[in-house]
Design a protein around this ligand. Structure first.
Ligand code: SAM
Length: 233
């Protein structure tokens, strides 16, 4: 899957894209992430990318010209792939949305900064808007990395274990069961015996019970939805 990122701060992405599972996915050609600096598409001497808001008020607004120019130069006019704006006003990014996006071969992510972008970009260039949560960050770079990460986990081969995403919290509608690894006893705290039993049916049953238990304790809202779905099926 290919990601084209449009940002004023491409350097923010490098450390994360060059580490761990996401780095391996890139090296193995499972994902391609292209970073485009919007500033490179300015035509004035000062490489201006933002300006004061019409109507007054604090903060700066990202100008339309360099954003249109960067996206249209790279993706064509109009772009024939989804152009997704990172914005606290967008639809909430959930595991379901991550899965949905993972079925697309190519997406563009536009990162705002300062007070945000000129509204004409949203109206005439952007095709989808995503928020990573009900809080406001200084820029869309972290949200874009979050989207790349969560979407990539769904692509075949990115996780070593092909069933890796199935039991994850939120993927099944439940929070995942607890995990343990060696040693079997650490500071008098033993691993639950069932996990050492080798009885896979019993382990599966215990894990489901644990998932149900922690979902009802920690996320009663998720539990309610889960039960409603179970009753429907
Ligand atoms: C300070 S925010 C602008 C917020 C804008 N003034 C508003 O109230 O909607 C600057 C940029 O950070 C990004 N951003 C901030 N919070 C975000 C969130 N929760 N999800 C996605 N992007 C976010 C967006 O790209 C946004 O354009």
């Amino acid at each position: 899957m290919k990601f084209d990122i449009f940002t004023l701060f491409p350097e923010v992405f490098q450390p994360y894209l060059n580490a761990s599972i996401i780095k391996r996915a890139r090296v193995n050609g499972l994902i391609e992430v292209n970073l485009h600096n919007i500033r490179d598409y300015t035509v004035d001497r000062h490489h201006t990318t933002d300006d004061m808001p019409y109507g007054g008020g604090g903060g700066m607004v990202m100008k339309p010209e360099p954003v249109f120019s960067s996206i249209e130069s790279v993706l064509g006019k109009p772009p024939d792939i989804p152009v997704i704006l990172m914005t606290p006003q967008g639809r909430l990014f959930t595991q379901e949305v991550a899965k949905e996006l993972s079925s697309l071969p190519h997406i563009a992510l536009l990162c705002g900064h300062y007070e945000g972008i000129d509204e004409r970009i949203r109206e005439h260039l952007v095709t989808d808007e995503i928020s990573i949560g009900d809080y406001v960050l200084t820029g869309g770079e972290l949200p874009a990395l979050i989207v790349i990460d969560a979407v990539s986990r769904y692509l075949p081969g990115v996780l070593g274990d092909p069933t890796g995403t199935e039991d994850d919290s939120h993927a099944s509608g439940l929070l995942e069961y607890p995990h343990y690894t060696r040693p079997p006893v650490f500071r008098d705290w033993p691993v639950p015996e069932i996990l050492l039993s080798g009885n896979h049916a019993a382990i599966d049953k215990w894990r489901l019970q644990q998932s149900l238990l922690r979902t009802s304790e920690k996320r009663p809202d998720m539990m309610e939805k889960y039960l409603k779905r179970q009753n429907k099926d």
